[in-house]
Design a protein around this ligand. Structure first.
Ligand code: NDP
Length: 336
């Protein structure tokens, strides 16, 4: 085991901005661990849309703010109270500050940290350092905020995106009729191959009109909307009576405030869930992470990493993701 350095390379910002130019690839102190923490030397860190919200100031961030929400790597140090992990363990985990060579995390509960096999390969590190945020979001969301049922009509936006591809497959596997939206026909083709039954090109089609057409005028049982501001009204109008609105992101901007009385005419339920609330106990973490890994290893859930960037090139990855140029997952390779 090589010595732990005092400084490391990270991606951070010191002031918030929509503009990518605030992103810096910089030397930054390696975190010091407490008795409850482990230090992980990272290998791969998945890119997620949430990074844009911290950078833009939509979500609060204390600066300097090191980006990243998930990674894989090897435990290189542990505090005295840590019993779940030892130095040398290979892990994949959810945590802030993973666009870095080293990240410290709580090691006393095992929540949000997966132990990998001792012989985990580079491909295992890549997959598991990239799948947890989007995979667990999709898996918990088809069960918890709304339990998708066979025969349901489900409207899914950005169906060729990272979360979208997984939601499409999981909802279709539960027997739902997935109505997928995406901004290009090429993206819609991906959704179709993953199990979507109906396709809506959000650049050219009227979403509500198409949904009414596909559902014999009734509307959908549930809508999963990670786009936010741009699609809120169409999502709302697309719901059947007693439908459920799962608003889980803001890729086009935050949903503006609205009057709760708008829910009354169709008895609509609306939720604004976050992944962490469904994986914050040892039992729920274990249940969902095991189920996710089983679905992937049995070939029942296809997870596509479309591009791997070097850590220093995160701004290029962000540019692609935020300009709607991507499908599936982008990930960062961390310099060793
Ligand atoms: P995606 O890969 O889905 O990328 C975002 C997609 O949103 C784009 O590809 C694009 O698809 C669509 N989009 C529509 N309008 C815009 C716009 N103005 N700017 C940019 N993109 C737009 O990202 P992720 O899979 O990482 O995340 C999807 C959503 O899920 C995000 O909102 C994210 O924050 C949310 N999320 C929420 C979690 C939670 O716990 N609540 C956890 C994880 C993710 P198209 O061109 O086809 O419209």
């Amino acid at each position: 085991m090589t010595a732990i350095p005092k400084t490391q390379k990270v991606i951070l910002f010191e002031e918030t901005s929509e503009d990518l130019s605030v992103l810096q690839y910089k030397d930054f102190p390696v975190p010091e661990i407490s008795a409850d923490e482990i230090l992980i030397k990272n290998r791969y860190a998945g890119v997620n849309f949430i990074e844009a919200y911290f950078r833009s100031g939509l979500y609060p961030a204390e600066t300097p703010y090191v980006l990243g929400r998930e990674a894989s790597g090897v435990v290189v140090a542990k505090g005295d109270n840590v019993t779940h992990f030892k130095v040398g363990d290979k892990v994949a985990y959810l945590s802030p500050s993973t666009f870095a060579q080293y990240t410290k995390v709580d090691g006393t509960t095992g929540i949000r940290i997966l132990k990998l096999k001792d012989d985990a390969s580079d491909e295992d590190f890549k997959l598991l350092g990239s799948v947890l945020v989007q995979g667990l979001t999709a898996l918990t969301f088809v069960n918890e905020p709304y339990n998708v049922k066979s025969g349901d009509f489900i409207l899914l936006h950005a169906a060729a995106g990272g979360v979208g591809q997984l939601l499409t497959q999981l909802a279709a596997a539960k027997g739902a009729k997935v109505i997928a939206t995406a901004s290009t026909d090429a993206k819609l083709q991906i959704a179709k191959e993953l199990g979507a039954s109906f396709l809506i090109n959000s650049s050219t089609d009227d979403i509500v009109k198409k949904v009414k057409e596909f559902t014999n005028g009734v509307g959908v049982n549930a809508v999963y909307d990670g786009i936010g501001k741009a699609t809120f009204e169409a999502s709302f109008e697309s719901l059947a009576p007693k439908g459920t609105f799962i608003s889980f992101g803001n890729s086009s901007g935050a949903v503006p405030p609205f009057s709760i009385s708008r829910l009354a005419p169709k008895n609509i339920a609306i939720l604004r869930p976050q992944l962490f609330g469904y994986t914050n106990t040892p039992e729920t973490w274990e249940k969902y992470s095991k189920e996710l890994l089983a679905l992937i290893s049995e070939g029942k859930l296809k997870f596509t990493i479309t591009k791997v960037y070097a850590l220093k090139d995160y701004p290029k990855a962000a540019q692609e993701l935020e300009s709607r140029a991507t499908t599936g997952k982008l990930t960062l390779e961390i310099p060793q």
